[in-house]
Write a protein of this length. Structure first.
Length: 91
């Protein structure tokens, strides 16, 4: 992974955790919330960050920080199809 890719990955992971910290304990966020938070332009360029946001979420799942959900239930990366939400990991 190139250094710029690593920096973007870290920024996305930080944005995920930061957005979740600002929400209620049980709240979830949409990957688009993260993309919009990180994107520095005024146009629709944030959309290009959607897949990198999903990848960042899966990395955080792997270390137990968050859960990715569909229909309010945790899903695995291989089972996830379509829109997802991200929430704090439940104990």
């Amino acid at each position: 992974m190139a250094e710029t890719d690593r920096r973007l990955a870290r920024r996305l992971e930080t944005a995920i955790t930061s957005l979740l910290e600002r929400r209620a304990e049980t709240a979830s966020i949409c990957p688009s919330d993260v993309a919009r938070e990180v994107y520095e332009g005024d146009d629709q360029g944030w959309r290009a960050l959607m897949e990198p946001v999903r990848q960042a979420a899966w990395r955080l799942v792997a270390v137990g920080e968050v859960e990715v959900t569909q229909g309010g239930r945790p899903v695995t990366e291989s089972d996830a199809r379509g829109p997802i939400r991200i929430r704090r990991a439940r104990p």
